[in-house]
Design a protein around this ligand. Sequence first.
Ligand SMILES: CC(C)(COP(=O)(O)OP(=O)(O)OC[C@H]1O[C@@H](n2cnc3c(N)ncnc32)[C@H](O)[C@@H]1OP(=O)(O)O)[C@@H](O)C(=O)NCCC(=O)NCCS
Length: 167
Amino acid sequence: MSDITIRLAQPSDLPALLAIYNHYVVNTPITFDIEPRTLAQRQEWLDQFSSNGKYRCFVAAEGNEAVGYACSAKFKEREAYATTIETSVYCAPDRVRKGIGRLLYTTLLGALEGEDIHRAYGGVTLPNAPSVGLHEAMGFRRVGTYTQVGRKFDRYWDVGLFLREMR
Ligand SMILES: CC(C)(COP(=O)(O)OP(=O)(O)OC[C@H]1O[C@@H](n2cnc3c(N)ncnc32)[C@H](O)[C@@H]1OP(=O)(O)O)[C@@H](O)C(=O)NCCC(=O)NCCS
């Protein structure tokens, strides 16, 4: 792996993060967004994260360029869900299988250790061997499946539910 630094996402990362995400929006069922996101929509998404607390976003930077990111977000709005987070991780398509996903998740999960978080869930559109492999490598286990919960590219997709107990 060339020199990769993991750091908190910053506003100047937005265009790179948008490009990474939109690649998967347009070309894959990995995310259930169907239309590419705009900068403004992605700005709103980025605004949910902060430098401390439960909701954070880390990027993998090569020089100044963000080539991947991992985030923890609210699982659901209602208050009793507050001790649960949903995690996600994306690497630029030309940077996969270089250890970046593992580095990102390790940093994110480590940073969250002191927080009042009981459960982390990741949703994985199936099949996705790299994501299943990464989640299992990071201590998640598959606890269920939403069958045919999304339709994209004219077919239905299952989403595997991956759970990590946080304490
Ligand atoms: C899923 C993703 C984040 C994994 O990150 P990555 O940088 O490619 O993975 P790493 O190189 O850090 O690998 C970490 C572990 O994940 C697993 N893994 C990664 N790629 C794999 C593959 N192709 N098949 C099986 N397991 C794989 C392995 O356990 C690996 O550990 P190892 O290298 O010691 O065998 C990355 O492939 C990606 O961005 N994919 C497209 C977007 C995506 O699917 N995001 C997840 C949405 S749920």
